[in-house]
Design a protein around this ligand. Structure first.
Ligand SMILES: Nc1nc2c(ncn2[C@@H]2O[C@H](COP(=O)(O)OP(=O)(O)OP(=O)(O)O)[C@@H](O)[C@H]2O)c(=O)[nH]1
Ligand SMILES: [Mg+2]
Length: 230
């Protein structure tokens, strides 16, 4: 799995699993499947769910905990709202306090996967609160804002944080959000591709505003439990 990585040396490194779906057509991507783990992760394999016979639309076969991390303002909450409700939170920026979560059940190859998505506060002052949640996460979506170079420069620090607090085999994916703001772009796609390659991370550019690649990113994460799911 592409999990908490330190940069690979050029020689002998496994091919990076960076995936860059075109805007006009999602391409199947399975995050972090380069190195399957030999055993169930300490945070437990994806949890078996309630049998798929219930009403209410929230029955599922397997559950998967996903955490959104990255600097404040990169669009974590908007990405989650876009995925969950299909809407965009324009206007005043309301920074997340502490941590919040939403559930969404997605269909992956005929299996219902419940994504429990934890939306963390990017602000430094909440860091100790969010640390406690890392160890239960099966997957992390690490976001930066393509119009904010500082948020991209923070990615290495986030990776160190992940290294320290998340499980060894957590699934990781790098997302460059706000790609709709082409005029204000401050981080080249190639730059991010290189970083992703160095760390062996799948990578996509997204827009919570237009919805570009949002479903694809979460579906890629949801795809993950299939090989090890119950
Ligand atoms: N143009 C554009 N703006 C976006 C996009 N996603 C988020 N925004 C804007 O960016 C600002 C911050 O978005 P949030 O989702 O609240 O950011 P966050 O990462 O959750 O921030 P914290 O909760 O403080 O960690 C808001 O004003 C959003 O409207 C996007 O894809 N495109
Ligand atoms: Mg937020």
């Amino acid at each position: 799995m592409s999990r908490k990585k330190t940069p690979k040396s050029k020689a002998g490194s496994a091919p990076a699993t960076s995936a860059l779906p075109a805007a006009n057509g999602p391409r199947s991507v399975r995050p972090g499947t380069a190195r399957p783990g030999p055993k169930a992760p300490p945070n437990g394999p994806p949890q078996p769910g309630r049998s798929s016979i219930g009403g209410g639309g929230d029955f599922y076969d397997v559950a998967f905990k996903v955490m959104l991390v990255g600097d404040s303002g990169v669009g974590k909450t908007c990405l989650l709202v876009r995925f969950k409700d299909g809407a965009f939170l324009a206007g005043t920026f309301i920074s997340t306090v502490g941590i919040d979560f939403r559930n969404k059940v997605v269909d992956v190859d005929g299996m219902k996967v419940k994504l429990q998505i934890w939306d963390t506060a990017g602000q430094e002052r909440f860091r100790s609160v969010t640390h406690a949640y890392y160890r239960d996460a099966h997957a992390l979506l690490l976001l930066y804002d393509v119009t904010n170079k500082a948020s991209f420069d923070s990615i290495q620090a986030w990776l160190m944080e992940i290294q320290e607090h998340a499980q060894d085999d957590v699934v990781l994916m790098l997302l460059g959000n706000k790609v709709d703001s082409a005029q204000e772009r401050a981080v080249k796609r190639e730059e991010a591709e290189k970083l992703a390659k160095d760390y062996g991370l799948p990578f996509m550019e997204t827009s919570a505003k237009t919805g570009l690649n949002v479903d694809l990113a979460f579906t890629a994460i949801a795809n993950h439990p299939c090989p090890t799911g119950s």
